[in-house]
Design a protein. Structure first.
Lengths: 301, 301
């Protein structure tokens, strides 16, 4: 029977992931689809306990460190944004009220940027974790995903960041658009083609989207080629716009492996020095670092 | 009681519009949501009769001239695309099988372009109608809509055209994206702002989309401003990409009035000579011209 020293939680809009931890070691893992968007304020604690009640010891308080949308205004409790430029290390955490006496729950604050206006919740923990894993690292961290982020890091600070709607656009077009019947599977050549088209003429994106439909009708464009080209078109447009972030920089990618490979391949074509890293390990390292800081925070008051 | 000389039909993916005609005069009009996407092959004739049965005379055959997605492979009967460059005037029409002996139904073929691959169904009739209304007109016709089109017309021919997914992207983002709660109403200043941002840096589109969300969270961006800015961002990106079409040309806009006004305002900022025209009148003129040609076609065989 697993008994956690502490519990790490990544709680996004559409997912909940928990890890039973002993120091920096993972003892057990669980996940559900009880993301922030599905839950009313009173439903957060039951959703958490449904996954990790077995890891708690009777008569003992277990610390839970969470990051992500759980700290938004619509979350369990709001953990106000920290404003960039700021230290990559989270401080202070926000404590969420709990009913179960075995829980002590802390939420990592997100980051906000005044101009251009931008926000993140969750990625700041991955950035902090990556820096904890790579002390002294300077450069740009790319976090592909539904809302992909580019984060400029220098001397342990988040200098600036920029979010792109790339992943959400891909999902919307695959699920709801006129293109949806023409997209399925993956053909790497299609990805490369889309990437080059967008890097060459990024402003032609919305014309090229309809082109996928027209080629399906007129030229029997294969659905696997079409879906991969769509991804290439969108990522290419993102890279064209993110040029101030990657030009002359080294880039670390933190993301789900398939998507991270696509971004790495794209940056490689642009001769950008790039390395992909495990995003889950970065999340856990970031939550562990936040926990250490939280201890200091608690002791200092 | 209306008795039609002939019946004009505009039958798109999501709508059906019919007019009882006497020569070029409209006697009556009806519409429903029985678009092509909702109908199986055998349901087209009942959907049409539901709107226009009262206009038919017993013992007399009434010609029905239709354009739009009704002529696609998933429509009533396929009217094969004509390939550009080609005359703007439709020929030959495709006859659809009918059960009711009072109906004689003809469908206008769409247009296809080999490279870059592109297709249209319905807009070719609006273009032909506009040219029938303006004999000898040369220039570019812009047809805003779900899939907006730019059509280069010279000496009565469609030389080339280009479709953009602009309107569909706007609808997807308003209805299904994370932005959906931040968008409602219309503020002209927001449209102008979005337009200028995209004309200046069209490749930054997907970053600016997330910016709408961030400004709503951090700066209480008004939903009316956000929705109009989204429209401006998308139309601005389309105009940036359509530059080869409008640069040094005169442009005629055929579209629903509010959207046509937005495109006209945008082109005006770019100092492009532009005039907006009634798209329904163009559709009816195009269907009337197709009917005349169909008569010639029928007599010639």
């Amino acid at each position: 029977m697993t008994q956690a020293d502490w519990i790490a939680v990544d709680w996004g809009s559409s997912h909940l992931r928990v890890w039973a931890m002993q120091g920096s070691e993972v003892l057990a893992h669980a996940a559900s689809d009880q993301g922030m968007m599905r839950l009313a304020q009173a439903e957060f604690e039951p959703a958490l306990l449904a996954l990790c009640a077995d890891w708690l010891r009777p008569g003992r308080v277990t610390q839970v460190i969470a990051c992500g949308m759980v700290g938004s205004r619509q979350g369990w409790v709001e953990a106000p944004y920290r404003a960039t430029p700021c230290s990559a290390q989270a401080m202070p955490l926000a404590q969420a009220p709990t009913v179960d006496p075995r829980l002590e729950l802390w939420i990592v604050p997100g980051l906000k940027q005044a101009s251009p206006a931008d926000v993140m919740r969750g990625e700041e923990t991955q950035v902090a974790g990556f820096l904890a894993q790579h002390p002294g690292w300077d450069g740009v961290i790319c976090l592909p995903g539904t809302h992909s982020k580019w984060v400029h890091v220098s001397a342990g600070e988040v200098v600036s960041f920029q979010t792109f709607l790339t992943g959400e656009l891909f999902a919307l077009l695959c699920q709801h658009s006129i293109l949806r019947h023409s997209l399925s599977g993956w053909d790497e050549a299609g990805f490369t083609e889309g990437l080059e088209l967008s890097l060459d003429r990024p402003e032609r994106l919305t014309a090229r989207l309809f082109g996928l439909r027209a080629e399906a009708l007129l030229l029997d464009l294969a659905p696997a080629h079409a879906r991969a080209r769509l991804s290439g078109l969108l990522i290419g447009a993102e890279l064209a716009a993110a040029k101030p972030y990657w030009l002359g920089q080294r880039v670390a990618i933190l993301g789900e492996s398939g998507l991270a490979r696509s971004y790495a391949a794209a940056l490689d074509r642009l001769s950008v020095p790039v390395a992909a890293h495990d995003v889950t390990l970065a999340t856990l390292a970031g939550l562990a670092a936040a926990r250490t800081r939280m201890k200091d925070q608690t002791c200092a008051r």
